[in-house]
Design a protein around this ligand. Structure first.
Ligand SMILES: Cc1cc2nc3c(=O)[nH]c(=O)nc-3n(C[C@H](O)[C@H](O)[C@H](O)COP(=O)(O)OP(=O)(O)OC[C@H]3O[C@@H](n4cnc5c(N)ncnc54)[C@H](O)[C@@H]3O)c2cc1C
Length: 571
C-alpha cells in the first residue's frame, strides 16, 4: 500500500532546509582544481543531461559525485509528496552525505540543471580516498557528517511518523531512529492536515498506530524496528558466501572501538547490534570522565563519531540485528553467528562485546507500563514527557545520578529512590555533589518501589514505595518512573557454545578460565580459542566507557595473533 507521492508538489510546512545549515562553509566546501585532479584516480567520469536524476531519495546511492561542470539541484521529498529545494551545487562541489560511505539510500533527490559532468567515486573508493588523502579526507568527512546532522535537524529524507508524540509506539520508533542518527519527522494526527487525509484513507485500527510513511510513499502500520530499518535501507542482507576476519557482537563503546582499530588495520569486520550503536553509553546524557572531553560529551555524540569512523574504515555495521547463538564447531573453518532471521554470519574470529542489559526490578505488573510511563533510558525523548511533572527515579549508581541531574532540568521534581542508606559507596563524588546542589532532586533512602497503578497498557498513574526501615507504604501520583537498577551481562546467546562464564554470567577471559590453564593465552581470549571478549560483558572489566574502548583497541593485537595476519602494521 502507498501514498501517491509523485502527483504534485505540496507546500511544505517545515522550515526551509537552508536554515538548518549553520556551518555553511564547512558543510558545502568547494574543492580546488588541483584537489579534484588528485581525486580523479578514485572515480570515473559520468555525464548527465538536463533533468536526469543523479540520485533519488530512498534508492541506494552510487557514491560521491564531484561536479566538474554544470549544476545539480538538490531537493528534499517526503512520502507525502512535499518537495522543497535544499541547495544548488556547481563546479568544484561534491554531492554525498555519510550514508554514501556504505552505499546506503540517498536522503535527498539530485537532478541535473542543464548538462552536467561529474566524477563519480563509488563507496569503497570514497573510503580509500578518505584514508589516503588525509587533509582532503578530513574536509570531506566533516562535510558528510555535518550534512547528516542538518538532515536530522530538518527531519529530511527519512520516514514521516504519524501518531501522538507521547504514545508508546511513537516513542519507541523515535527512540530507535534518533539513537541510530536517522532523520525522521513527526506529524500529529489531530492537528496536521496531511495526516488527517492519510488517516481518512487508511482508517487505521487502534493497533495500527503509529503509521509510518516511507519516502517512496509506502505506508507501514505500527512497524517493528527491523521492518522499518529494512524499508529505509538501513539494514541489508548479509553476503551469503562472505567470511569476515572478525565478527563483533555489540556496537557499544567496546564493539565500536574493536571495529575502528580492526578495520583501520586492514581486517574485514562485521558488527551486529540488536538495538542501536552506542550501547549503554548511548543513554548517557553527559559523560564527564572520558579522556579528552573536559566539558563532557553526550554518549550519543561520542559514539556517533565512532560509528562514522568505523564506517570510514569499511566495517559492515548491521543494526538492528539480534545474534541468537554462536556456533564454535568451525566445521567449515569459520565460526557461525545465527541471526534472528535464521541467517548465519561467518567469521574467522569472534569478539563478544554484548555488554550488559538493564535489570528489571521485581515489581508486580511492571510489564503493563513499560514504554507507557516506565522507562529505562533518559534521553531528550523521555525528558519531553516529564515537563513540569513530578517523577520517580530508582537507583543509586552513576547512571542513575546522571539521569537524575539531566531530568531535573525538565521535571518539576525528581524523587530519587535508593535501597541503601547513602550514595557514597555507589556513585562518583562529582555526581553526589551535583545532586546535593540541585534543589528539585529529593533523595529517598532505604526505600523500594513495590507497586504500580494505572491503566494497564495505557498509562501509569501512581507509584507505591515502601520504607525498608519501617515497612510503611506511601503512594504518590506519578506518570513517569525511571529505572536504573543496574545491569546483567547479555550472554544468553552464548548458551551451549563452550565459552566459559563466571557465576554472574560474565565472560571469563585469559588465565582466569579453567580451560585456559597451562595454555599461554592473550588476556582477552575466552576459553574458546579465536573467541574474545571486551567491555562490560567481560568478567572483571571496569564497567566504564574508557575501559571498554581500551579493551576494544587491545583485542586487535590478539586478533592478529590468532589470525596469523602477517600484514599487521608495525607499532
Ligand atoms: C545511563 C548510563 C550512563 C553511563 N555513564 C557513564 C559515564 O559517564 N562514564 C563511564 O565511564 N561509563 C558510563 N556508563 C557505563 C558505560 O556506558 C558502559 O561501561 C559502556 O557502555 C560499556 O560498553 P560495552 O560496549 O562493553 O557494552 P554496552 O554499552 O552494554 O553495549 C553492548 C551492545 O551490545 C548489544 N547486544 C547485546 N546483546 C546482543 C545480541 N545478542 N545481538 C546483538 N547485539 C547485542 C546491545 O544492544 C548494546 O548496544 C553509563 C551507563 C549508563 C547505562
Amino acid at each position: 500500500m502507498g501514498v501517491d507521492a509523485s502527483t504534485e508538489n505540496k507546500t511544505d510546512v517545515r522550515a526551509p532546509l537552508a536554515a538548518a545549515f549553520p556551518r555553511h562553509e564547512q558543510t558545502f566546501p568547494a574543492l580546488a582544481p588541483q584537489e579534484i585532479a588528485r581525486m580523479r584516480r578514485f572515480g570515473d567520469i559520468r555525464t548527465y543531461k538536463h533533468g536526469d536524476m543523479l540520485f533519488e531519495t530512498g534508492k541506494p546511492g552510487l557514491g560521491m559525485f564531484v561536479i566538474l561542470s554544470g549544476h545539480v539541484a538538490i531537493t528534499q521529498r517526503d512520502g507525502l509528496g512535499h518537495v522543497t529545494p535544499v541547495i544548488d551545487q556547481g563546479p568544484g562541489q561534491f554531492l554525498a552525505e555519510i550514508g554514501q560511505l556504505s552505499g546506503r539510500p540517498a536522503l535527498v533527490d539530485g537532478h541535473a540543471e542543464g548538462d552536467v559532468d561529474t566524477l563519480l567515486i563509488p563507496p569503497e573508493r570514497l573510503r580509500a580516498l578518505l584514508v589516503a588523502e588525509a587533509d582532503l579526507g578530513e574536509r570531506i568527512m566533516r562535510a558528510l557528517i555535518l550534512r547528516r546532522v542538518s538532515l536530522i535537524q530538518g527531519g529530511v529524507g527519512g520516514p514521516v511518523l504519524i501518531g501522538l508524540s507521547n504514545s508508546s509506539g511513537v516513542i519507541r520508533l523515535q527512540g530507535f531512529l534518533t539513537r541510530n542518527g536517522y532523520p525522521h519527522y513527526l506529524l500529529d494526527p489531530q492537528r496536521d492536515h496531511d495526516a488527517a487525509e492519510l488517516i481518512a484513507r487508511y482508517s487505521p485500527s487502534p493497533t495500527d498506530w503509529p503509521l509510518v510513511v516511507a519516502p517512496d510513499g509506502t505506508v507501514l502500520r505500527n512497524p517493528g524496528e527491523s521492518e522499518l530499518a529494512r524499508k529505509m535501507g538501513m539494514l541489508r542482507s548479509i553476503a551469503k558466501d562472505k567470511v569476515y576476519d572478525v565478527a563483533v557482537v555489540g556496537s557499544g563503546p567496546a564493539g565500536l572501538s574493536t571495529a575502528v582499530y580492526a578495520a583501520s588495520e586492514g581486517l574485514s569486520v562485521a558488527v551486529c547490534d540488536v538495538r542501536a550503536f552506542g550501547g549503554q553509553a548511548g543513554a548517557s546524557a553527559r559523560i564527564e570522565n572520558y579522556l579528552g572531553f573536559p566539558t563532557g560529551i553526550s554518549g550519543l555524540a561520542l559514539t556517533a563519531r565512532a560509528f562514522n569512523q568505523a564506517q570510514k574504515f569499511g566495517a559492515d555495521i548491521m543494526i538492528p540485528v539480534e545474534v541468537k547463538s554462536l556456533d564454535c564447531s568451525r566445521d567449515d573453518g569459520a565460526f557461525g553467528l545465527t541471526l534472528e532471521d535464521g541467517e548465519v554470519l561467518r567469521a574467522r574470529s569472534i569478539v563478544i562485546a554484548s555488554g550488559a542489559r538493564y535489570r528489571r526490578p521485581e515489581i508486580a505488573n511492571l510489564a503493563d507500563f513499560e514504554g507507557r510511563g516506565v522507562w529505562y533510558w533518559a534521553s531528550s525523548i523521555e525528558a519531553r514527557l516529564c515537563s513540569e511533572q513530578e517523577i520517580v527515579l530508582v537507583g543509586g549508581g552513576n547512571s542513575a545520578g546522571q539521569a537524575a541531574v539531566f531530568l531535573s532540568g525538565h521535571a518539576r521534581k525528581v524523587y530519587m529512590v535508593i535501597r541503601g542508606g547513602g550514595l557514597g559507596a555507589s556513585m562518583s563524588r562529582y555526581l553526589i555533589e551535583r545532586i546535593e546542589a540541585t534543589p528539585n532532586i529529593e533523595l529517598v533512602f532505604n526505600t523500594e518501589v513495590v507497586g504500580l497503578e494505572g491503566i494497564a497498557d495505557a498509562s501509569l498513574e501512581r507509584v507505591r514505595w515502601r520504607s525498608r526501615l519501617s515497612g510503611e507504604d506511601s503512594t504518590i501520583e506519578i506518570r513517569n518512573l525511571f529505572l536504573f537498577a543496574g545491569a546483567d551481562p547479555a550472554t544468553d546467546w552464548l548458551n551451549g557454545c563452550g565459552v566459559m562464564l563466571d557465576r554472574g554470567g560474565f565472560v571469563v577471559t585469559g588465565a582466569q578460565s579453567e580451560q585456559n590453564q597451562g595454555r599461554l593465552v592473550p588476556p582477552l581470549e575466552t576459553s574458546v580459542p579465536g573467541v574474545f571478549a571486551v567491555g562490560d560483558v567481560r568478567s572483571g572489566s571496569v564497567k566504564r566507557v574508557g575501559g571498554a574502548i581500551g579493551e576494544g583497541a587491545q583485542v586487535v593485537a590478539a586478533l592478529h595473533g590468532f589470525l596469523g595476519d602477517t600484514a599487521k602494521p608495525a607499532l
